[in-house]
Ligand binder design. Structure first.
Ligand SMILES: NC(=O)c1ccc[n+]([C@@H]2O[C@H](COP(=O)([O-])OP(=O)(O)OC[C@H]3O[C@@H](n4cnc5c(N)ncnc54)[C@H](OP(=O)(O)O)[C@@H]3O)[C@@H](O)[C@H]2O)c1
Length: 263
């Protein structure tokens, strides 16, 4: 199926690795140009080079999404380097481990700024560009802690519940401009972090091996495995495509059957 993404311009926050890069690759495989933003220049440029190898234009823009100015600058630079924006993917985020008693005010603020406010700041900055597109799309990356209890996942829970609210509000406000806004909710993805430092840190905290941690995360899914990055990228590409013209304000779970609620 031709998704109609050839020659469109997309921008992805936090696109140098992990879920963001998986989505950027999914878009590039469909012929969509992609601007990716992150802090680490070397990794970002390597990722953009790999995206260009898929035959599209890709630009690497160093950015700090934890401030409003950083988000606005990324959008302005990406738009001028790509020549407009049709698709925004709000992906950037990270988890700060801790409890209500251990998390400091600074950690809370930093987590909320990066995982939640960046979605608002980047969307706001991108709106004038998206409104000029004939097929404007926003895709917000959320997580299962937004819809069900994941004990201890304080900082992502606050962000992910908020992202679902942002998705609904934005979808309602932008419907008149024919811009659709949806959310994609991955389960555990076989990313660099889960194959390395994230699993290692959880293993240390729980007295398990990293392989045992990955097996435990896999066991939460009915399919009993982690998601391959392409499995997220392909669904994301469909969600922001012209083929997906009547879905807005909703969340699509790509979690191998982890969520167990009905309806
Ligand atoms: N991985 C999963 O299994 C999974 C599951 C469900 C949901 N998610 C969601 O997917 C999103 C990405 O997660 P991930 O696991 O793929 O993360 P990740 O592997 O840690 O990658 C994070 C990306 O964001 C960039 N980044 C981090 N802080 C930044 C900042 N202040 N300014 C600019 N860029 C920044 C990183 O590059 P630099 O460090 O170089 O800046 C990197 O490109 C998050 O919203 C997460 O909640 C992930």
């Amino acid at each position: 199926m031709d998704l109609g993404l050839k020659g469109k311009n997309a921008i992805v926050t936090g696109g140098s690795q992990g879920v963001g890069l998986a989505i950027a690759q999914g878009l590039a495989r469909e012929g969509c140009n992609v601007a990716i933003g992150a802090r680490g220049k070397e990794q970002l440029e390597k990722a953009a080079e790999n995206l260009r190898a898929l035959g599209v234009n890709s630009v690497a823009i160093t950015a700090d999404f934890s401030t409003s100015e950083g988000c606005s600058k990324f959008v302005a630079d990406a738009s001028s380097q790509l020549g407009g924006i049709d698709i925004l993917v709000n992906n950037v985020g990270g988890m700060t481990p801790g409890s209500i008693e251990s998390l400091t005010d600074e950690q809370w603020q930093a987590s909320i700024d990066l995982n939640l406010m960046s979605f608002i700041w980047t969307s706001r900055a991108a709106l004038p560009h998206l409104k000029q597109s004939s097929s404007g799309r926003i895709l917000n990356v959320s997580g299962l802690s937004g819809t069900q209890l994941l004990p201890g996942a304080w900082t992502t829970t606050i962000a992910n519940t908020g992202i679902l609210g942002i998705t609904k509000q934005l979808a309602n406000e932008l419907a008149a401009n024919n811009i659709t806004v949806n959310s994609i909710c991955p389960g555990t993805v076989r990313t660099e972090a889960w194959m390395g430092p994230r699993a290692d840190a959880m293993a240390k905290a729980r007295g398990m091996t990293s392989d045992e941690v990955r097996a435990m995360m896999a066991s939460f899914a009915m399919l009993n495995r982690l998601a391959e990055p392409e499995e997220i990228g392909d669904v994301a590409a469909f969600l922001v495509s012209e083929k997906n013209s009547y879905m807005t304000g909703t969340t699509v779970e790509v979690c191998g059957g982890w969520s167990k609620y009905l309806g």
